[in-house]
Design a protein around this ligand. Structure first.
Ligand code: AMP
Length: 283
């Protein structure tokens, strides 16, 4: 794997591949790679001629009281995974190269970016959209691979790509979980042993609530209240539990898929997870 830090150098390498008619697949990450990232790399490797990944812990998407300074970093291990998965290029820019003094532009995605994570993390999606727009401008990939784990992020970025005519196809890949159901996340590394043992409860509650939503046994509001109730006595603190339209993130509409999504503070980690509920016609 070639590791490139300079944007112009990365652009030149990818342009040469495109010039030969090769299809470029792109997986943006913040590093500390795990099997969730691996599944994105594999899918891109399968579907494209060239596999480009980026590792950049993007300061713009972290709030002032968030975990930017202690976010896990493991470039040597990440490199091994990238090599094992057949990555052609790792773009690993410095914060200085991405945001030189005087950098002011922000890409906002109002509406889609305002609720759920956006409500709890003001400015988060502007940070995400801005950095991904920069990465896409530099690398000009044909396809970008994102995880359903960050459902709202995938929706916000797909909207940005459409609205700005960025011409990349967005491919959303299923959430990869531990065998006990916990969604893989770089932030799981923050959990103590007892916290890690409890953490699969989040997915269990989501799954069970999703089943009740699917059959019509619970309404969307009832589902939210039920999750709040069931997690009220847990070891951490629920940030939000929401049932929204899986595409618009607005109010649930009859027979449309529902995104059931939550964020939970557990020790030093803020964990997010979601499931999509597809209902029988007429419900
Ligand atoms: P991150 O490094 O956390 O910014 O994530 C980079 C990409 O990997 C994003 O598109 C995430 O949605 C995706 N991702 C993270 N965790 C998982 C997971 N458990 N399953 C599938 N994709 C994931």
């Amino acid at each position: 794997v070639r590791i490139v830090r300079d944007p112009d150098a990365a652009r030149a390498i990818v342009r040469a591949w495109r010039g030969k008619g090769e299809r470029i697949g792109f997986v943006p990450t913040m590093g500390a790679l795990h099997d969730g990232h691996r599944s994105l790399l594999r899918r891109a490797r399968r579907e494209c001629d060239r596999l480009v990944a980026s590792i950049f812990v993007n300061p713009l998407q972290f709030g002032p009281r968030e975990d930017l300074s202690r976010y896990p970093r493991s470039l040597a291990r990440d490199r091994s995974m990238l090599i094992a998965e057949g990555t052609d290029l790792l773009y690993n820019p410095s914060a200085r190269a991405m945001y030189p003094p005087g950098f002011t532009v922000r890409i906002e995605v109002p509406g889609l970016g305002d609720g759920l994570e956006g409500a709890s993390r003001p400015g988060h999606f502007a940070g995400v959209a801005t950095v991904v727009a920069k990465l896409l401008n530099t690398l000009e990939p044909d396809r970008m691979y994102l995880g359903q784990k960050d459902a709202q992020q995938a929706i916000v970025l797909s909207k940005m790509v459409r609205d700005l005519d960025l011409g990349v196809r967005v491919v959303v890949c299923p959430t990869v979980r531990e065998t006990d159901g916990l969604a893989l996340s770089s932030r799981n590394a923050y959990l103590t042993r007892p916290e890690r043992a409890w953490a699969p409860s989040l997915h269990r509650v989501l799954r069970e609530t999703a089943a009740a939503l699917r059959t019509g046994e619970m309404t969307p509001r009832g589902a939210e209240a039920s999750i709040r109730r069931r997690l009220a006595n847990g070891p951490g603190k629920l940030d939000y539990a929401r049932a929204v339209d899986a595409e618009t993130l607005g109010p649930v509409r009859t027979a449309r898929p529902i995104l059931l999504s939550l964020a939970y503070h557990l020790g030093k980690a803020r964990l997010i997870d979601n499931v999509v509920v597809r209902r029988a016609k007429g419900r």
